[in-house]
Write a new protein. Structure first.
Length: 163
């Protein structure tokens, strides 16, 4: 759909008004109520259409009835992955790291033992002393330092509270 014919295109130039950043700042922020009302109606219509599409593609084989939130979650598809929750604090990471350190020390200490533990073995809380292995101790110290310097960023949750 060409607005100008080929002959007029060379002589006539389309005029596009120039808008500067100061002009856009001065624009009237108050819009008429009819504009927001139309937008609201369009959103509501799209939402209803989205719900109807959810019902069309979801087949419930169980006895329980699905809520709208369940249907929207199922409609996101098989490849949808919810964002994992961020750790509460460094404390939980340090606690896990201390368990890891204990396990590494025990494996280093009892590496030569090939015996299987007794079936009624009671797990102890004994903390092994630092080992003479310099490589192991250096690795654990570097890892502990890296965990201490981790900064957590706020991630946006891709599920609503109801889903």
């Amino acid at each position: 759909m060409n607005v100008f014919s080929k002959s007029e295109n060379k002589t006539r130039v389309a005029f596009y008004p120039r808008v500067s950043s100061t002009d856009s700042c001065r624009a009237n922020p108050a819009r008429p109520a009819s504009h927001s009302k139309k937008r609201r109606q369009k959103r509501k219509a799209l939402k209803n259409q989205y719900k109807q599409n959810n019902d069309r593609y979801i087949k419930n084989l169980s006895d329980t009835t699905l809520t709208d939130q369940d249907k929207t979650l199922l409609s996101k598809g098989l490849k949808f992955i919810p964002t994992p929750p961020k750790p509460n604090s460094h404390r939980s990471l340090i606690k896990d790291f201390n368990n890891f350190t204990r396990n590494m020390h025990l494996k280093f200490l009892f590496a030569d033992c090939n015996s299987k533990p007794h079936p009624f073995h009671v797990k102890s809380n004994w903390q092994p002393p630092p080992q003479p292995s310099e490589a192991l101790e250096n690795y654990l110290e570097r890892t502990k330092y890296e965990i201490a310097t981790i900064s957590f960023c706020d991630t946006q949750d891709n599920l609503s509270a109801k889903e």
